[in-house]
Design a protein around this ligand. Structure first.
Ligand code: AMP
Length: 429
C-alpha cells in the first residue's frame, strides 16, 4: 500500500516522498484513515513504529481545512511526557507541515518562559507541550483553548507514571468537549483503557503489536555480577564487543554520573543525560549521539523515554528498571524495523525481584551467563527454579519458556579477569 492510497494531501505526499518514506507502517495504515474521518483513536504503539507520523499526517491534513485562530489560541495540542520527546515531535511536525502554511510551536520546561509566551501571542495551529510547562503557560494567561479542535496524548502511560494524571484531568476541564482526541501508549493497561473511556469519545482501538511484546529480532542476554563490579564489567563489555554505539540505562541520576565518570577516565566516548542536566546540554548530547559523534549514551528512563534513536545495535541495562514495562521501553531502541538488536542486562542479587517481574512480562527466561572473573559473590537466584521446570511437561507450548537467546559474548578464551588491564585500546573513541 502507498501513502496516496490513504488519500493524503498532495503536499504531504511530496514531503513523504522527499523523506524517502515509501509506504506507510502498520500503525499509519490503521490510524490515518480513522483520524482523517474525525474519529477518536486510542492506539497501543511503541516508539519506532512510526506512530508520530501516524497522528501528525492526518491531523495536519485536517488542520488545513480551517484557519488559524486569534492571538494565544491553539488549534491542535500535542502533549508528551518529556522534554526530549516534545522536542522530537515538534521537529516532526515542522518537517511534515512543510508547505502547508501551518504554524507550530513547542514548549517545555528547563528553558526560559518568556520567549514561549511571546511566540504564543501569534497563535498556533499546533502546540507541542509537556504538561508541566503547559499548565504554567495557562496560568500566565498565555494560552486560550477556545479554538482547540484536536488533542493528542502521546506516551500516555508514561505521563501517568510521571504523575501527570491530575494535570491532565485539570486540562480536560479547560478545553472544549467538542474535539477530536487521540491517545497513544506503549503499554495498554486497564488504567489506560479506563482513562481512554473518560477522555475520548467512543474511541476506536488500534494496536500494531500485542501490548507488552518486544520485537522478536531482539536477542536478550543477562550477566550476573555483584553490584560493586557493574561499572568494571560494563567497561569490559564495551571493550570486547564491537558495538559501534550503545544506549546504557542507569536507574538513578547519581548512578548514571558515577559510571560516566569511570568510563570517561578510561577514555571512552561517553556522556550522560538525566533530569539534572540542563535542557540545552541534554539536547546537544542527544544530537551528538544521534550523529554518531558520541559512542555511548548513559541515560535514566525518564530522560530517554520516547527518544527516536534508530538502528542501535545494543541497549544495555546497567541496572534493571523498577517497573517491568520499562524494560520493554528501553529495548524498543534496538531491533527496530526488522534489524537484529541486543538487550544486555547486568544484574546483581538485589535485582532479583525486578528480574522476576520482567521475565513474567516477557513470558520467557532471559539467557544468563557468568563472565569469567566476574562471577558474583552474591548469586542471583534463578527465577525459574529447577523444581518448577520439572513440573512442566515437555510439549510444544513449553517452547516459549526456553531462553530467549544463546550467549552472545565471544566464546573461547573468555573475557579477561582483570578488566582494567587493557582499557586504553583503540576501540575507545
Ligand atoms: P516513531 O515511532 O514515531 O518514533 O518513528 C520512528 C522513525 O520512523 C522516525 O525516525 C520516522 O522518521 C520514521 N518513519 C515513520 N514513518 C515512516 C515510514 N512510513 N517509512 C519510513 N520511515 C518512517
Amino acid at each position: 500500500m502507498s501513502f496516496s492510497a490513504l488519500h493524503l494531501h498532495p503536499t504531504l505526499l511530496t514531503t513523504l516522498d522527499q523523506l524517502g518514506y515509501d509506504k506507510p507502517t502498520q500503525i499509519q495504515k490503521q490510524s490515518i484513515p480513522l483520524i482523517l474521518k474525525g474519529r477518536d483513536v486510542v492506539a497501543a504503539a511503541q516508539t519506532g513504529t512510526g506512530k508520530t507520523a501516524a497522528f501528525c499526517l492526518p491531523l495536519l491534513q485536517n488542520l488545513t481545512k480551517g484557519k488559524r485562530g486569534p492571538a494565544n489560541t491553539v488549534r491542535c495540542l500535542i502533549l508528551a511526557p518529556t522534554r526530549e520527546l516534545a522536542a522530537q515531535i515538534g521537529d516532526s511536525v515542522r518537517t511534515y507541515s512543510k508547505g502547508l502554511n501551518l504554524r507550530s510551536q513547542t514548549v517545555y520546561g528547563g528553558v526560559q518562559l518568556h520567549p514561549q509566551i511571546n511566540g504564543l501571542k501569534r497563535g498556533a495551529d499546533v502546540l507541542v507541550a509537556t504538561p508541566g510547562r503547559l499548565m504554567d503557560l495557562v496560568q500566565q494567561g498565555a494560552i486560550h483553548f477556545s479554538h482547540l479542535e484536536f488533542l493528542v496524548l502521546d506516551e500516555a502511560d508514561r505521563m501517568l507514571d510521571l504523575g501527570f494524571e491530575k494535570s491532565l484531568n485539570e486540562l480536560l476541564t479547560l478545553i472544549p468537549k467538542q474535539r477530536q482526541t487521540l491517545m497513544f501508549s506503549a503499554t495498554y493497561s486497564d488504567h489506560i483503557r479506563q482513562l481512554a473511556k473518560l477522555w475520548l469519545s467512543d474511541p476506536t482501538e488500534v494496536a500494531v503489536s500485542k501490548s507488552n511484546q518486544v520485537a522478536n529480532t531482539v536477542r536478550h542476554q543477562l550477566y550476573p555480577v555483584d553490584k560493586a563490579r557493574k561499572a568494571e564489567l560494563l567497561a569490559e563489555l564495551l571493550e570486547r564487543q564491537h558495538w559501534e554505539q550503545a544506549l546504557i540505562f542507569a536507574r538513578t541520576k547519581r548512578g548514571a554520573d558515577e559510571v560516566t565518570e569511570i568510563l570517561l577516565s578510561q577514555g571512552f566516548s561517553v556522556a550522560a543525560i538525566h533530569g539534572d542536566k540542563s535542557q540545552p546540554v541534554r539536547l546537544s548530547t542527544l544530537e551528538k549521539f544521534k550523529s554518531g559523534k558520541l559512542a555511548y549514551l548513559i541515560a535514566t528512563d525518564i530522560a530517554a523515554r520516547g527518544l527516536d534513536i534508530q538502528s542501535l545495535p545494543v541497549v544495555i541495562n546497567l541496572d534493571l528498571p523498577h517497573v517491568a514495562e520499562d524494560y520493554i521501553h528501553r529495548i524498543g531502541r534496538t531491533g527496530r524495523a526488522g534489524q537484529e538488536g541486543r538487550a544486555v542486562s547486568l544484574v546483581c542479587a538485589d535485582e532479583f525481584e525486578s528480574l522476576q517481574a520482567i521475565e513474567v512480562l516477557l513470558k520467557a527466561r532471559i539467557n544468563r551467563r557468568e563472565i569469567p572473573g566476574f562471577e558474583p559473590d552474591h548469586r542471583v537466584p534463578d527465577s525459574h527454579p529447577r523444581s518448577q521446570k520439572k513440573s512442566v511437561k515437555p510439549n510444544k507450548a513449553n517452547k516459549t519458556k526456553q531462553p530467549i537467546e544463546k550467549p552472545d559474548v565471544t566464546e573461547g578464551p573468555g573475557l579477561r579477569s582483570s578488566p582494567f588491564a587493557k582499557l586504553n585500546s583503540s576501540k575507545k573513541k
